[in-house]
Design a protein around this ligand. Structure first.
Ligand code: CS2
Length: 487
């Protein structure tokens, strides 16, 4: 069965109906001896092991025909506890694939080792190993430490500290940022003569391969100019579009795994049946057969990236801000509200003409998205999606607002997402959690008019565009949403 065939198991009794005792922590723990494949030799390093990586790339490796040759060594990111929690279960965990009709647990064996983020000795050791061919990362948009122009933010104190540490001691300098770790690893690889490698970011950012190339080259230039030429010869930066809706783990997910399998897996990861991975770029030292479970290798990711960022992520952000103001908690709740559905459809109608994929593909994708959003087995919290709007709004909604302005229009379907974000920053709907909260929250202070003008300018949009119609429209939408708050 491929991942995109919907899983057709009949719903079982809910965990609440399970026989007494089956919900207790008496379940056994996962172990390679009884539940998974032997740990494969490490050929792939990952930075930022969270639920998404474990539902996505690790699943593709699990289903590659040569999985036994492609072990992953993963390093923690924002959830440092994962390394400790996975150790007693030999890196195994259960992926709970929640389709509309039921949930199917699957043990994933592809993580051969999990290290805490600060284990730089292990990181350098892997990079120096010629067997290691791939380095993936999912560290969120903010993790790459970019400035507004897309290069490395050399003013950030942690970037400066990494630069100083690597300049003073390239072999042992202590680094903390993602660009710092990649440069530290690449210095070790060059020193060991370990040959070419592919860096493969898996974050929802347009042209993510190019993004990583820029920040890595910028830091390399500051640390050791001669590394830049080596990078250009030896490192392939692969651009990707990644897609699989993966919420945070809830107690109900662990209870479902225990009920179905008798396994007590605190590291259960819930996900949906659908998955997509589109990649462009070379793998000079090889890669697993990820194409067999459905990954696509193309020359240009951009059409897929725009389709996904605008239609999926754009509507997610719209719902995260606007539907949470109406009191909805999850995507499935939100899309069941005809008013929210209308906003989402209006956004899609506005964005779709700016996509380059054939209209029939776009129509199919929209239909599939509605089915994915309506999957009530997935409790995807709007508050989770609302996080880090400062990184998301500029790439998910603003390009379409701008394309419409260029065509002489102020498109309400596109500006609503911006308006809803402004209302959110003003304290309505989902709480504000943002790596740049100190910068963006003040934008939305004061009267709605001031907030709109300041935020539009911050987003690089001219509030006076179309004779002031842009700011007027957004201000009216903010006022409408604020009037609905708590209603
Ligand atoms: C979501 C994404 O949290 C968010 O911002 O829009 O994580 C989304 O679920 C994934 O990109 C789906 O592939």
């Amino acid at each position: 069965m491929t991942a995109n065939e919907s899983y057709a198991a009949e719903p079982g009794p809910s965990a609440a109906d399970a026989p007494a005792g089956s919900g207790s922590p008496e379940g056994r723990r996962l172990s390679r001896q009884t539940d998974g494949r032997p740990a494969a030799p490490v050929r792939h390093v990952h930075l930022g092991v969270g639920n998404f990586f474990r539902a996505h790339a690790a699943w593709y490796t699990e289903h590659a025909p040569d999985a036994g040759d492609w072990g992953i060594a993963a390093f923690t990111g924002r959830s440092p506890a994962v390394a400790e929690a996975l150790a007693p279960q030999d890196g195994l965990y259960t992926l709970l694939i929640r389709g509309p009709k039921g949930a199917r647990p699957e043990v994933i064996s592809s993580l051969s080792a999990v290290h805490p983020a600060e284990d730089l000795e292990a990181l350098r050791r892997y990079f120096a190993d010629p067997a290691v061919a791939i380095v993936t990362s999912t560290v969120t948009e903010a993790g790459y430490r970019r400035n507004a122009a897309g290069g490395l933010n050399t003013d950030a104190p942690d970037v400066q500290a990494d630069r100083a540490a690597l300049t003073a001691d390239p072999e042992r300098g202590v680094v903390t940022t993602t660009p710092g770790k990649l440069v530290a690893g690449l210095l070790a690889r060059r020193a060991a003569g370990a040959g070419p490698v592919a860096l493969v970011p898996n974050d929802n950012v347009p042209e993510n391969g190019e993004m990583v190339r820029r920040v890595v080259r910028d830091l390399a230039r500051l640390v050791d100019e001669s590394l830049v030429g080596w990078l250009d010869e030896n490192v392939s930066f692969v651009t990707t579009m990644v897609d699989r809706i993966t919420p945070r783990t809830a107690d109900a997910d662990r209870a479902e795994v225990l009920r179905q399998t008798g396994i007590d897996d605190p590291e259960t990861v819930p996900t949906e049946p659908f998955t997509e991975w589109v990649l462009a770029g070379g793998f000079p030292a090889g890669r697993p057969g990820w194409d067999v479970p459905g990954a696509r290798f193309v020359d240009d990711v951009k059409p897929f990236e725009q389709r996904k960022l605008w239609l999926l992520n754009g509507s997610h952000s719209l719902m995260a801000y606007a539907a949470s103001i109406l009191g909805h908690e999850t995507v499935a709740d939100a899309i069941a509200d005809p008013e929210v559905l209308g906003w989402v459809e209006q956004w899609w109608d506005t964005a779709a003409p700016h996509l380059s994929l054939p209209p029939a593909d776009v129509a199919d994708y929209r239909q599939a998205l509605l089915e994915r959003y309506r999957n009530g087995q997935i409790r995807h919290l709007l508050a989770q999606i609302a996080a880090d709007g400062s990184q998301k709004i500029p790439i998910r909604a603003v390009p379409v607002v701008r394309a419409e302005l260029d065509a002489g229009r102020v498109a309400e379907g596109a500006t609503r997402t911006v308006a809803a974000w402004i209302a959110h920053l003003r304290g309505h709907g989902a709480p504000v959690t943002d790596a740049h909260a100190d910068e963006v929250r003040p934008l939305a202070e004061g009267s709605a008019r001031e907030a709109v003008r300041r935020t539009l300018s911050w987003l690089g949009l001219d509030p006076d565009a179309q004779g002031g119609a842009l700011a007027d429209t957004v201000e009216r939408q903010v006022a409408d949403l604020e009037a609905r708050a708590g209603s």
